[in-house]
Design a protein around this ligand. Structure first.
Ligand code: SF4
Ligand code: SF4
Length: 332
C-alpha cells in the first residue's frame, strides 16, 4: 500500500486523527451538556452512513489513520456497529474507536467486536447510583457498570472518562481512580471545557486531582508510554492494573500537540473545538456533480479544515470562544 504523505497543518502539527459524530441524539441529559435537551437536527440533515464512509475514505487517502466515533450517544443510532465495520475496511484506517456513555454498550458489545472496534471510551462521572441519576438526568448506573465489566472481559481496550465537578462529585476521585485497580482500564480525569453548558461549571483542575492522588498513593509515577490518540498525561500507581490519566484542556493547554479535526453529525468539518468556523461537507456530498469531482472536493475541504486550524484554543478568555453550541451538537 502506498502511504499518503503525512497531513500537516500550518504549524507543522501532524493531523492523523478525526472525531466523527454520528448523531446529536443522546439517551442521557447530563447537567454539563444538555440538561434540557437541545434543538435536534432533522434526521435528513444528518449525514448518512454512506456519506460518512465517503468522508473517511477521503480522509484516509490524505493521511488520517485513526477515527473516533462520537455523538451525542453514537449507540442510539441504529447500525452504528456496522458503520464501524465499514470504516475499518478502508485502506489506510488503522484504528476505529468509540466514545459512549455506556448505557447501551453491553447490548451492542458483540456487534461492535464483530465489526472490529479497537477500543472504547466510557464516560462515567460517579459511582453513586442516585448521583448518577441526578447528573445524567435519567441514567441507570448499573447498566454502565455491567457494560464496563463485559467490555473488560471481552479484552477490548477500555478507558473511562470522568469529569469532576466542584461540590458535586469531586470527592469521588479516589473511588473512580480505583476502577483501574483491579481492571486493566485507564481512568482519565477530564477538565470541563467552557463550551455550551460547560461554561456554567467550575472545573476541578487536573493538578488538584493529581495532588490528591499523590497524597494518598505516594509512589505514583509519571508514565511516558503513549496510550492512544489523545493528549492525556498518564500516571501509574503501584499495584494498579490500569493507569490514571489527566486531560487538562483548560489548565494544561495541549494544543501544541493537536492531532485532530472533527466532523459534526450534520457534516460540518471543524478545524478546532473552540471556534465556530466549519466547512459544510454535506453541501459538497449532496451536490449534483460527478463522483470524481465530488471526491476531489471532499479532499480539498479536509485539507482546507487542516489549513484553518488555529494555533490554540482561547478557553481562558471566554468572550473569545466563538463556538456557541452545546458539546452534544458538536460531537464530544
Ligand atoms: S455528556 Fe454525553 S452522555 Fe451526557 S448528555 Fe451529553 S452526549 Fe449524552
Ligand atoms: S482546542 Fe483546538 S487546537 Fe487545541 S487541541 Fe483542541 S482542537 Fe486542537
Amino acid at each position: 500500500m502506498v502511504r499518503a504523505k503525512p497531513l500537516r497543518d500550518n504549524f507543522g502539527r501532524l493531523i492523523d486523527y478525526m472525531r466523527i459524530s454520528v448523531t446529536d441524539r443522546c439517551n442521557l441529559r447530563c447537567t454539563y451538556c444538555m440538561p434540557d435537551g437541545v434543538q435536534l437536527v432533522p434526521a435528513k440533515q444528518i449525514l448518512t452512513f454512506e456519506e460518512i464512509v465517503d468522508v473517511c475514505r477521503a480522509a484516509a487517502k490524505l493521511g488520517i489513520r485513526k477515527i473516533k466515533i462520537t455523538g451525542g450517544e453514537p449507540l442510539v443510532r441504529r447500525g452504528c456497529p456496522s458503520l464501524i465495520g465499514r470504516i475499518k475496511e478502508i485502506t489506510g484506517v488503522e484504528q476505529v474507536t468509540l466514545t459512549t456513555n455506556g448505557i447501551l454498550l453491553g447490548e451492542y458489545l458483540d456487534a461492535l467486536l464483530d465489526n472490529g472496534l479497537d477500543a472504547v471510551n466510557i464516560s462515567l462521572d460517579t459511582l453513586d447510583a442516585d448521583r448518577y441519576r441526578k447528573m445524567t438526568g435519567c441514567g441507570e448506573l448499573s447498566f454502565v457498570l455491567e457494560s464496563l465489566d463485559r467490555a473488560v472481559k471481552s479484552r477490548l481496550r477500555v478507558k473511562i472518562n470522568s469529569v469532576l465537578q466542584k461540590g458535586i462529585n469531586d470527592r469521588e476521585w479516589d473511588d473512580l481512580a480505583k476502577l483501574a485497580q483491579n481492571r486493566p482500564v485507564d481512568v482519565r480525569f477530564i477538565e470541563i471545557m467552557p463550551i455550551g453548558c460547560g461554561k456554567r461549571y467550575e472545573t476541578v483542575s487536573g493538578d488538584e486531582v493529581l495532588a490528591a492522588l499523590r497524597g494518598k498513593y505516594h509512589a505514583t509515577e509519571r508514565e511516558l508510554s503513549v496510550h492512544g490518540n489523545g493528549p492525556a498525561v498518564y500516571y501509574r500507581i503501584p499495584g494498579f492494573m490500569g493507569s490514571i490519566g489527566f486531560i487538562s484542556a483548560v489548565h494544561g493547554k495541549f494544543c501544541d500537540s493537536c492531532n485532530r479535526i472533527r466532523m459534526t453529525a450534520e457534516g460540518e468539518l471543524k478545524p478546532c473545538l473552540c471556534y465556530g468556523e466549519s466547512i459544510d461537507m454535506r453541501e459538497i456530498l449532496r451536490s449534483s456533480i460527478s463522483e470524481e469531482v465530488r471526491d476531489d472536493k471532499v479532499c480539498e475541504a479536509i485539507c482546507g479544515a487542516v489549513r484553518q486550524k488555529p494555533a490554540m484554543h482561547c478557553f481562558e478568555s471566554k468572550e473569545q470562544i466563538s463556538e456557541d453550541r452545546q458539546m452534544v451538537q458538536i460531537g464530544g
